[in-house]
Design a protein around this ligand. Structure first.
Ligand SMILES: *[C@@H]1O[C@H](CO)[C@@H](O)[C@H](O)[C@H]1NC(C)=O
Ligand SMILES: *[C@@H]1O[C@H](CO)[C@@H](O)[C@H](O)[C@H]1NC(C)=O
Ligand SMILES: *[C@@H]1O[C@H](CO)[C@@H](O)[C@H](O)[C@H]1NC(C)=O
Length: 373
């Protein structure tokens, strides 16, 4: 539930119009890196991911996709549960994302002729009996959708072999949507960076505080050496109820994930830190994992330091040295931050993948071990 409550507080930019493309995504990532060995490794990784994805989800040019006459094949996408009961209006995928031919609906009466059914993991666990007994039309895809980490997902091992396609933040998903990503700016390389003057040092917004969390334990050790302004329930109130407004007055933001898992890098990084103009100090998956998604010098990883004390003295050093600090913003000359729009963008991305794979048969086996990997 943390995800929804945090998103309500967001004032992040609306997503731009684009056609979903895994290739584009990987290019962005590779371009963003400087070390050539790393570029090679990443290119290899991207190629592997693409190869796997392309078996299922290779986005093809418009004219090559299944068509009826000159029209794009219309696809009916049934959203069985709106995630967390979220009742916001359903997207027009053509208008918002340039994906024509999507009939996104929550009307369960269309089940028998729906091309795909989006099934939200959390709701499925609570009400699986609503669906499991239903006869399944031969080409219908059941799409497993989950944007929580394995630590907050539960009962993963019980759902092997039920679904056809996976949709999550995990890069190996059939429908892969990170919480955000960098897109090359149209005046790539030539943009001047104008930074707001920042008077404060370290901010953290947290809505789900639990003593056993690694991030909370880290904070207790860190605060002995450097003060952190904490916002959220039971802490300081946000400026104008906006995370971005609040954090934009700070040089650093603690983008600490609630649990540490591969590719689980959330809006805490993309929106709370990067959109706000703060340098993220991250705690989550490994530095290597973060570097698949953004340049090595766009963030500071807690694992870069032998202890919280040396992290604190490094932040103090950056505070005294503006040139060194500005270096962490250099990527802004080339990239914009795209924050993924829940859930419109997700439904439209799914629609496109379904259109491109209308005749494909597939079952997501070993879903638990894959998602935990
Ligand atoms: C979407 O599907 C519903 C249910 O089948 C149908 O009534 C409606 O006309 C469809 N809309 C479009 C634009 O195809
Ligand atoms: C907060 O909102 C009020 C009213 O909309 C506005 O006048 C004020 O400038 C805002 N403050 C900040 C820091 O943006
Ligand atoms: C979807 O998965 C189910 C369960 O394994 C399987 O019976 C069905 O044939 C699959 N359908 C498609 C279109 O792949």
């Amino acid at each position: 539930m943390e995800l929804l409550s945090e998103w309500k507080k967001k004032k992040c930019p609306k997503s731009t119009k684009y056609r979903f493309s895994h290739q584009k995504y990987c290019l962005i990532v590779v371009e963003a890196h400087h070390s050539s060995v790393l570029v090679f490794a990443l290119a290899l990784l991207c190629l592997t991911i693409l190869l796997v994805l392309s078996l299922l989800t290779l986005p093809t040019p418009e004219q090559d996709r299944p068509t009826l006459g000159s029209e794009t094949r219309s696809v009916t996408l049934l959203i069985w549960w709106l995630p967390f009961g979220n009742g916001r209006s359903l997207p027009d995928c053509k208008v918002s994302y340039g994906v024509p031919g999507c009939n996104v609906t929550t009307d369960r009466r269309v089940y028998a002729h729906a091309d795909a059914v989006i099934i939200h993991h959390r709701d499925f666990l609570m009400h699986w009996e609503e669906l499991l007994e239903k006869p399944r039309p031969p080409l219908q895809k059941w799409i497993w959708m989950n944007f929580e980490s394995p630590s907050h997902s539960g009962s993963l091992h019980q759902i092997d072999g039920i679904f056809n396609l996976t949709m999550s933040y995990h890069a190996g998903s059939d429908i892969f949507l990170p919480y955000g990503y960098l897109e090359p700016h149209h005046s790539y390389g030539n943009r001047q960076i104008r930074m707001k003057r920042k008077r404060r040092l370290v901010a953290w917004v947290i809505s789900n505080w639990r003593e056993e969390q690694e991030r909370v334990q880290f904070y207790y050790r860190f605060r002995r050496y450097l003060h952190v302004d904490i916002y959220g329930r039971g802490f300081l109130p946000l400026v104008n109820n906006s995370v971005v407004k609040t954090v934009s007055g700070y040089k650093f933001y603690l983008a600490f994930e609630n649990s540490c898992h591969t590719d689980y890098i959330t809006e805490k990084l993309w929106c709370n830190a990067l959109v706000s103009g703060a340098v993220p100090v991250v705690l989550g998956p490994s530095r290597e994992n973060y570097e698949r998604f953004l340049p090595a010098d766009a963030f500071i990883h807690v694992e870069d330091f032998k202890n919280p004390r040396s992290l604190a003295s490094y932040l103090k050093r950056l505070d005294r040295n503006p040139a060194l600090y500005r270096h962490y913003h250099a990527w802004r000359r080339n990239y914009n931050v795209h924050v993924t729009s829940f859930w419109a963008e997700h439904f439209c991305a799914a629609c496109q993948v379904v259109q491109d794979n209308l005749l494909v048969h597939k079952t997501a086996r070993d879903l638990a071990s894959w998602f935990l990997s």
